[in-house]
Design a protein around this ligand. Structure first.
Ligand SMILES: [Zn+2]
Length: 185
């Protein structure tokens, strides 16, 4: 597993970016994160970027089965080791899933709030509640970009850079225009 580290002095805030959380999503997140680390680094504090957490079968992070996967065990170890101040998990989605991911009815169907489109098909929300409880993180962020769609990368990179430069998740969310909805993310 490749891990890019940019360690500042002082070390904090420490941002952790993770992609390739399940299935073949790493194909997209690898491209995206490699571009991110080549083109930007935080002005202060640190960033750890993991373009591909695990190459394995797809298990939804909303399913309790995910907690038993090697991917999840690896993620728990990493989070415990670094104790990130800012956590951003990047996923990719098929365009056919767009409506179910963003539907207001998602809370009734999947038990989780809908994702919000920031711009050009790039969505934001909170990570799986199961994972959130397991990782014990404050406002862990989930970003979804369409799988393999390089034309959306520009927007996705712009958003990731906001988190890379921000000193807190709250600050990044405000920069993205979420002033009052922060608690609902
Ligand atoms: Zn995913």
């Amino acid at each position: 597993m490749k891990m890019y580290k940019s360690i500042g002095s002082p070390i904090r805030p420490l941002r952790l970016f993770v992609g390739g959380v399940h299935g073949k999503e790493y194909r997209t997140t690898k491209l995206l994160f490699e571009k991110l680390v080549k083109t930007s680094k935080p002005k202060s504090g640190s960033a750890i970027v993991i373009p591909c957490l695990y190459m394995g079968r797809y298990v939804s992070t909303l399913s309790s089965n995910y907690l038993n996967t090697k991917a999840c065990k690896r993620l728990v170890k990493i989070v415990k080791a670094f104790k990130p101040d800012i956590y951003v998990e990047v996923h990719c989605y098929r365009l056919s899933s767009y409506s179910s991911l963003t539907s207001l009815n998602r809370i009734n169907v999947k038990g989780v709030p809908p994702l919000i489109e920031i711009e050009n098909g790039v969505l934001i929300g909170s990570i799986s509640p199961l994972l959130k409880a397991k990782l014990n993180l404050n406002i862990p962020i989930l970003i979804e970009t369409p799988c393999g769609k390089r034309k959306n990368f520009k927007v996705a990179l712009k958003i990731l850079r906001v988190f890379l430069m921000a000193n807190s998740t709250q600050e990044a969310l405000e920069a993205l225009g979420f002033k009052h909805e922060v608690k609902n993310i």
